[in-house]
Ligand binder design. Sequence first.
Ligand code: ZN
Length: 150
Amino acid sequence: MFDLRDLYQQVIVDHNKHPRNFRAMQDATHKAEGFNPLCGDRLTLYLKVGADGRIEDASFEGSGCAISTASASLMTEQLKGRTVDEAERLFGRFHDMVTGAPDAPPADAELGKLAVLGGVREFPSRIKCATLCWHALHAALEGQQSVSTE
Ligand code: ZN
């Protein structure tokens, strides 16, 4: 039988082994560091936001567990071309997905590939791993230099 979880697992493994947008950005307009002391995940998020409020580029560096790395990789892929407002709204949707009840309805279409991380809601200790990059995104957009999940 086709198992969606296996597919999701494969996507996470792939993004952890080969993270997308894993690099520093010299001409970033926004930057913030995120730290998740519970797991030891650390990352620096870089954004390049154009004059029209659109995210032209997003990248990250750091070290962390498979979930935090895959989440940041998937997030940076999804951010490019979105406005800052759209990015913040996506954070809300993502947060709702990973903190929802295990039997909550599946993620909505706007989340796209980010839905592969929906399974972490069954593992509460990993939720902060999955949301760390999003907290860093929010901090960067708010002009903060660092954020901790604790
Ligand atoms: Zn972690």
